[in-house]
Design a protein around this ligand. Sequence first.
Ligand SMILES: [Mn+2]
Length: 306
Amino acid sequence: MKFATRLNSFSNCSIVETIDQIAAVSGLTHVDLNYPEHFQTNSVEDIKDALERNNIKLNAIAPRFRSEFINGELGNSDPEVARKAIEMCKKSIDVCRELGGEHIIIWLGYEGFDYSFQINYAQVWNQVARAFEEICRYGSNLKISIEYKPFQPRAYSFISSYADTLLMVGDVGAANLGVTLDFCHMLMKAENPSYGLSLVAERNKLHGVHLNDGNKLNDDGLMVGSVNFIQTLEFIFYLKKYNYQGVVYFDTFPVREQPLEELKANIAMFDKLDQLIDEIGIIRIQSIIDRNDAVAAQAIMFACLK
Ligand SMILES: [Mn+2]
């Protein structure tokens, strides 16, 4: 499996120093970078050198929209601000190409609303769809994906679930547009993560995975498998079943934890669950699912506890 991790927890050093540090962790193969925030102190060239000398690949660039977009990004009612948001996505595409990456992950944190009667839903939907169309055309040789989140920082995110994300992907109709699923965001929406994964993967639209854990209503960013063990096991089962070839990015927030140790724990937990699935047997697990018997399904949990 290909692994990447969130870099913002390594806040006491530059991005180049962070890349040098995480490269020492066995199993870490990729990095994701935020644009423009990760390019403030190190140039694209510096980062390229750091990736090459550490034999680490760039996976994705994630545009990060700052406070000038506080009232919305691609769907902003001010055409100048909406244009700036598109241009930032295009600039992310340029940087991604320069660094040999293959993926742009767009989280529209400010796209949403807090009050009834605040926005024109249909108009904003069409504006956002047209913007994605333009971005996908510009980045036609890259995967472009939408990372949804149900709320935070807005009371209601405009794209908030796997269902409305798939609806947007369908309305845009670009072959390179897909979905990045964030496990915590799915829990916040009270989704069962594997159900969403299955619907997205069946349509060949699973571009990215952010793995982490949490206590449902907040984007906790806790270590993989630390809270929702069986749902994480099921999620990894479906990643294997659909032969997911993308990167698993640990979107966790070690605030008090030593970030390198936390990264190692995430990789170790993923590998352990992956191994448990193989030991129990993909065919046996599938045969249990096909019986549609909840009591029989507990055998999977028992097998993990052996
Ligand atoms: Mn995420």
